[in-house]
Design a binder for this molecule. Structure first.
Ligand code: PEP
Ligand code: MG
Length: 755
């Protein structure tokens, strides 16, 4: 059915005039509903706004009883309007009263209307309200009319988001947009951060919704799609220009969507209906986002994320706005919100302004998590939908202990957290006082606490925390940040700077652990089905000995005149360790031959993180000067559960009998051979896990700097012999429990051991 007043383009032109008129918000809404009703030849047009309490309040109507405005409220899920808000999808009915969700509000007088069309008012995937038209006659509304109503809904969304409707709201903070939301995620770095949201990939805010010149908008759209396709093709072709965190598979998926005819057709239709190119992208994206929020199938969610990503790229292309947040102008007290990000991207931000980090996808063992811990930023990962729920500038509280993210928290929550932050600061002072206290258990066993590092900015923590040494220096982090493969001399300068900064304390360098998700942006990527099981770490080192030789030479030169400890990652058998050892000894001889000052002592260690080594423990312990357990990888390979795959990474507990038994064997082999065994995976930095490790025989742990205080406090409170007996009794039970966590927690609680 054609509308009487010339279809959607004319409607949009009229709406543009109404939006520009200097009238009150209520008058504008009243004019909008009249305009739509007459354009669509409908007897009724109404706007319902979703309030913070989830009620849908009638804000304007043409055709229904005007007295009902601001009085009639539908509850969430109630009636057809509630259903649209809940599903975030249009509803088009020729006989509304036959629909099972129909609910009659006597004050509105709507019983005489039969046909009904309602669309959600959407913004960023969130429903802000519902827009409805109704007719007496039974009719089905056309696609064109649905689109016109959706476009109008975008205008109303903008009125809500810009704050214009606040003046007519009953209470100042009464919109769904202001609603406090708590998202439960996974704790990644301890601490409490209070501040204001900065979106790592800022959403483009489309202000100009209605086109002045439709033909020109079509041209702009086509040009932007073409430019975006070229830039994606380039990114895929030259992995080197890919920003950190931009994974090839995501780009490949995005490229497929960019060439999808259905998507391009929908965009064209939206522009032809009278929208600007930007508004058209937002319209199509809104639909995708709304679907995304209700999608539970993880595969489909990922695909919809790709589509969302694509729309974002196109919006940035159209507006020329930067794709990532402007690092220079982030506010003090920034809480960074991102879908995911690479470690280098996080380091680009000014640490002194960051109070917290929230990731929608990144999990605790991801590399950005490691960097966040190095920087000591309160971090929560796996926070579902957070990028859709937060608007830039929203107040946000990040609880890195419980994993809660409070978005737009009410005043009492803010006060409670302010208090929590002050308490934490006091606890930090207590930890600082422990700096020079030896980590000795109640029954007199001293534990060596070391620190993990990977960047020169980490090193000062060594002195602040009182750690004994750098027990793991992840050299690849520096490589991941460099614009190209660091030359020998650049590497030498970095290692020298580390030696200078640690002063008289030892440092254990780990040779390059790249591959899998640790991608060097400047190295050609190779397609692997299973990168975590692929060509990585020492495998690359032994197959391309030039790289490994260069790195070891730089380390040995930098160590001139002092002790150096070097360890090799992902050693899977004794032969690999022997091969790496041979290379290191050759380099040492080379250095001496060329008259450089050699290190006073070179110690070579093997990382135990590939399970095959569990059956060569005595052999490896005999040949290595020391062992270091990479529990992050060891557990991932033992359980065949990808540490970065959020769907499985939390499925198995490190505090389980199989993991405990494996770790016990490694500690025992070290003891038999008289070699030090350090555990340097993330579990060593968690007090409860550390307690279990001590009970298994570990006397040396290396962890992120912020963990040293809490782990030391635990050590000072524990009677080790008692803990050993308790853990042994748990391990003796063959009850098949998937985790010993609760038992250990009870043990600690009964003895006031802080874990
Ligand atoms: C580990 O695997 O536990 C480890 C310490 O190394 P990374 O986390 O760097 O792989
Ligand atoms: Mg590892």
């Amino acid at each position: 059915m054609r509308s009487a007043l010339g279809g959607p383009r004319l409607l949009l032109r009229r709406l543009r005039e109404v939006m520009a008129e200097p009238v009150s918000a209520q008058a504008r809404l009243d004019k909008i509903v009249v305009l739509i009703a007459s354009n669509m030849v409908a007897e009724v047009c109404s706007v319902y706004v979703l309030r913070a309490d989830q009620g849908l309040e009638l804000y304007a109507t043409e055709g229904l009883n005007r007295e009902a405005v601001h009085l009639t409220t539908m509850h969430a899920g109630e009636g057809l309007v509630g259903l649209i808000a809940k599903n975030a999808e249009p509803l088009n009915l020729s006989e509304a009263q036959e629909h099972p969700s129909f609910s009659y509000k006597p004050e509105t007088g709507e019983e005489i209307y039969h046909s009904f069309l309602g669309v959600p008012i959407l913004r960023g995937g969130n429903t802000l309200g519902v827009l409805v038209v109704q007719n007496r006659v039974r009719r089905i509304y056309s696609e064109e009319e649905i689109e016109a109503l959706q476009t109008t809904a975008m205008l109303v969304a903008e009125m809500i988001a810009s704050g214009e409707l606040r003046s007519i709201a009953k209470t100042p903070e009464s919109f769904a947009l202001d609603r406090p939301v708590v998202v439960k995620g996974a704790p990644m770095c301890e601490g409490v951060g209070l501040g204001y949201a900065v979106l790592h990939e800022p959403r483009v805010v489309v202000k100009q919704l209605i086109a002045e010149d439709i033909a020109a908008e079509v041209q702009r759209l086509d040009a932007a799609i073409e430019a975006m396709r070229v830039s994606i093709d380039e990114l895929v072709a030259h992995g080197d220009r890919m920003g950190a965190g931009e994974h090839r598979e995501v780009l490949e998926a995005v490229r497929i969507f960019a060439n999808d005819r259905g998507w391009v057709r929908r965009l064209h239709e939206a522009v032809l209906s009278g929208l600007t190119a930007e508004a058209a992208v937002e319209r199509v994206q809104n639909d995708a986002r709304a679907k995304l929020q209700r999608q539970t199938d993880p595969y489909l969610r990922d695909r919809l994320h790709d589509l969302d990503d694509l729309a974002n790229r196109l919006l940035h292309q159209l507006t020329g706005q930067s794709y990532v947040a402007d690092r220079e102008s982030i506010p003090e007290n920034a809480i960074l919100i991102a879908r995911n990000m690479g470690p280098a991207a996080l380091l680009d931000y000014d640490r002194s302004r960051l109070r917290g980090l929230v990731l929608e996808e990144g999990g605790p063992a991801s590399h950005v998590g490691i960097v966040a811990r190095a920087l000591g930023v309160a971090t929560v990962g796996l926070a579902a939908n957070v990028t859709d729920l937060v608007e830039a500038g929203d107040a946000v509280i990040v609880d890195g202990v419980t994993g809660d993210v409070h978005i737009r928290p009410p005043p009492d929550v803010q006060t409670a957290y302010g208090e929590k932050a002050r308490l934490r600061a006091r606890r930090m002072e207590q930890y600082a006082k422990l700096r020079d206290v030896a980590a000795v258990t109640k029954d007199g066993v001293e534990i060596a606490l070391h620190m993990n590092a990977g960047l020169i900015v980490d090193v000062p923590h060594l002195h602040e925390t009182g750690a004994r040494s750098i027990g793991l220096f992840r050299t690849e982090l520096q490589f991941m940040l460099a614009p190209r493969f660091p030359r020998m001399n650049e590497q030498f300068l970095l290692y020298k700077a580390v030696f200078d900064a640690v002063q008289d304390r030892p440092v254990t360098f780990r040779t390059l652990d790249i591959g899998s998700d640790k991608i060097l942006p400047y190295m050609a990527t190779i397609d692997e089905e299973n990168p975590a099981l692929g060509w990585r770490a020492i495998r690359i080192g032994l197959d391309r000995p030039g790289l490994l030789r260069m790195q070891i030479r730089a380390m040995l030169k930098a160590a001139g005149g002092r002790d150096v400890r070097i360890m090799f990652p992902m050693i899977a058998n004794v032969a690999e360790f022997e091969a790496a050892k041979t290379i290191a000894h050759r380099e040492l001889a080379h250095l001496e031959r060329h008259g450089h000052r050699p290190p006073t002592n070179m110690q070579l260690g093997a990382m135990v993180e590939v399970p095959s080594l569990l059956w060569e423990l005595d052999a490896i312990a005999a040949r290595a000067d020391f062992l270091s357990v990479g529990s992050n990888d060891l557990v991932q390979y033992m359980y065949a559960a990808d540490r970065d795959n959020t769907r499985v990474s939390k499925r198995y507990d490190t505090l389980s009998t199989p993991v405990m038994r494996a770790l016990e064997r490694i500690a025992a082999a070290g003891k038999r051979a008289g070699k030090t065994v350090t555990l340097c995976g993330e579990m060593g930095g968690r007090p409860l896990e550390a307690l279990a490790l001590l009970a298994l025989g570990y006397r040396s742990l290396s962890m992120s700097p912020s963990s040293i205080g809490p782990v030391k406090a635990m050590i000072l409170a524990v009677n080790l012999e008692e803990a050993e007996v308790f853990l042994a009794s748990l391990l003796a039970k063959e009850d098949g429990a998937p985790s010993l966590r609760e038992n250990l927690r009870e043990f600690a609680a009964a003895r006031d051991i802080p874990v």
